[in-house]
Design a protein around this ligand. Structure first.
Ligand SMILES: [Fe+2]
Length: 177
């Protein structure tokens, strides 16, 4: 038996496990922060398709929070929300753009969409990382729950992308008149 290799792979595995748990705690913080952010965006969005898509994603986000609690439970870990600086900066960037745009301007929906898309893209990448780490750490009991959330985040991204295309075409047409 190669003791050196066994020890280094055990160390790697324990580091991956720690990273997995930290990312889980970050996402738990992010999903709860998203509940606040999405409620605000639902309120200010004008376009009815956008409002509905945001309302739908808000309901899904509540499920994502519960799902993360379930995952902590499966892992025998206490649910801890660890503040995620990167996600906070992305959310702040979105809200800064909204303040800059002015609440009543025509382009506000496009700015709301831009803010959501950035947040969602980072969430998709993060859930993807989490799944890869879970596989590497042998945490197979949480894979299905993580994949469900990843799929919902991806669907939400697609829907927002479709609304953005329509919205930017409309705004562009208005600019040309
Ligand atoms: Fe989410």
């Amino acid at each position: 038996m190669d003791i050196k290799n066994t020890t280094s792979s055990q160390l790697m595995n324990s580091k991956l496990n720690t990273l997995f748990l930290i990312q889980l705690q970050h996402l738990y913080w992010a999903e709860q922060k998203q509940l606040e952010t999405l409620s605000y965006l639902v309120e200010i969005a004008e376009n009815s398709d956008l409002k509905n898509a945001l309302r739908h994603h808000l309901a899904e986000t509540q499920i994502h929070v519960y799902r993360l609690q379930y995952i902590f439970d499966v892992l025998n870990e206490k649910p801890v929300a660890l503040k995620w600086q990167v996600m906070e900066s992305i959310i702040d960037e979105g809200t800064d753009m909204i303040v800059f745009t002015d609440k009543y301007s025509d382009g506000l929906d496009l700015v709301v969409l831009a803010a959501c898309e950035k947040i969602n893209c980072y969430e998709v990448a993060s859930y993807l990382n989490l799944i890869q780490f879970a596989v590497a750490c042998g945490q197979n009991g949480v894979l299905e729950a993580l994949e469900q959330t990843l799929n919902e985040e991806r669907m939400s991204n697609k829907l927002l992308g479709r609304i953005t295309s329509k919205e930017s075409a409309t705004n562009h047409a208005e600019l040309l008149v």
